[in-house]
Write a new protein. Structure first.
Length: 365
């Protein structure tokens, strides 16, 4: 089979390698600069992924049978555009295009039974004093431009911080206390599968940077069942039909609140490594099979394991001894960190190291 892969950055490397391992002929489209995947795929085309129509024409000539990407909103959108133009399996481009807008997602999610509804509004120059609240760009990812606010002076600062990271509108939403999770899903022709639920470690206000992820999440049977019922309803409500998704929620007192929807596999090695390590389900293979139109219901093929990733930065400086001793333990999978001065992290792009573990129990520092 012939598979087009959109993007060639580090985040796309595992899905390129997975397709190669499956014996699928791979055609990758991306800028040549920084294209770490070009030596892994069978055919590399040095073209901007923004040149969507040129990629479509090339794919027609190459008889491409599926289009895929991972861990990036932009590549997911381009993949959707190309697959739709080719008449291949995917989610309609208009769905991904409009769901960049977090304000629109908030509006759509109000119709979903089982989701509690925080107050929110689109900022138009007036502070409605919805304190405590979270201010964020309507478009963006990796916690860029996100701030917690509990007073008028902080609100002004937060608006400027959000505007500096995005040219678009600003969303203001009620701050929800509670534990944050992410739900890792695969969708195929309108049927949605919750593959894994992930616990998140986050920094404190104002920016809530993600500092770790752990699977499976520690949940009551009630909340686990609720998530497995509500998330497919949410994905159907927004019109998502094919591909991976990474949905962030919070829960408190048996109430479930939507934080964000990401129509791609989770970053921070969630989709590339953690899901398969914890469930035995080959998540990347599932993404590829969805794109090629040959997907089958996922079946757990191994005993579940506890896996996770810790990140090192100024906020987690107290974990440095744990990082230094990790390699001496049988639960250690991989890791890398800098011994230089640790930097304060203001988004998920700013870290100084990581550590991945796998065990029969959650590993605590």
């Amino acid at each position: 089979m012939r598979l087009a892969i959109i993007g060639a950055s580090k985040g796309q490397l595992p899905i390129c390698q997975k397709a190669k391992d499956l014996g699928i002929e791979t055609f990758c489209f991306a800028w040549d600069q920084g294209a770490v995947c070009k030596d892994v795929v069978d055919h590399f085309y040095p073209i901007s992924i923004l040149e969507k129509d040129i990629i479509v024409e090339l794919c027609k000539e190459l008889n491409i049978e599926g289009v895929v990407s991972n861990a990036s909103e932009l590549t997911a959108e381009v993949s959707s555009y190309v697959s739709e133009k080719l008449g291949l399996n995917g989610t309609p481009y208009r769905i991904l295009e409009k769901l960049h807008d977090k304000y629109l997602i908030r509006q759509l999610s109000e119709c979903v039974d089982g989701l509690s509804k925080p107050r929110f509004y689109k900022y138009d120059g007036i502070d409605l004093k919805l304190y405590p609240c979270v201010v964020k760009p309507c478009e963006g990812s990796a916690k860029a431009g996100v701030s917690f606010v509990d007073n008028p002076r902080g609100f002004i600062t937060a608006i400027k911080y959000a505007q500096d990271s995005s040219d678009g509108d600003i969303l203001v939403e009620e701050y929800i206390q509670g534990k944050e999770l992410s739900i890792e899903c695969l969708s195929y022709k309108g049927t949605h599968y919750v593959i894994q639920i992930t616990d998140k470690d986050s920094s404190s206000a104002p920016h809530f940077v993600e500092l770790g992820h752990h699977q499976p999440a520690e949940l009551s049977p009630f909340m686990r069942d609720k998530i497995k019922k509500v998330i497919p309803l949410l994905l159907s409500e927004i019109g998502y039909s094919n591909g991976a998704s990474h949905i962030e929620v919070k829960y408190q007192d048996n109430k479930l609140y939507l934080i964000e929807i990401n129509l791609r596999g989770g970053g921070d090695e969630i989709s590339n490594k953690l899901v398969q390590m914890s469930t035995g389900i080959d998540y990347l293979r599932g993404m590829i099979e969805v794109a090629l139109g040959v997907f089958k219901k996922p079946i757990q093929v191994s005993e579940p394991a506890y896996v996770g990733i810790y990140y090192l930065c100024k906020q987690t400086e107290h974990l440095l001894p744990f990082f230094k001793q990790a390699k001496d333990n049988d639960w250690f999978v991989e890791g890398h960190f800098s011994t230089a001065e640790l930097k304060e992290s203001h988004s998920n792009y700013e870290r100084d190291g990581y550590l991945i573990y796998k065990s029969d129990h959650k590993i605590f520092p």
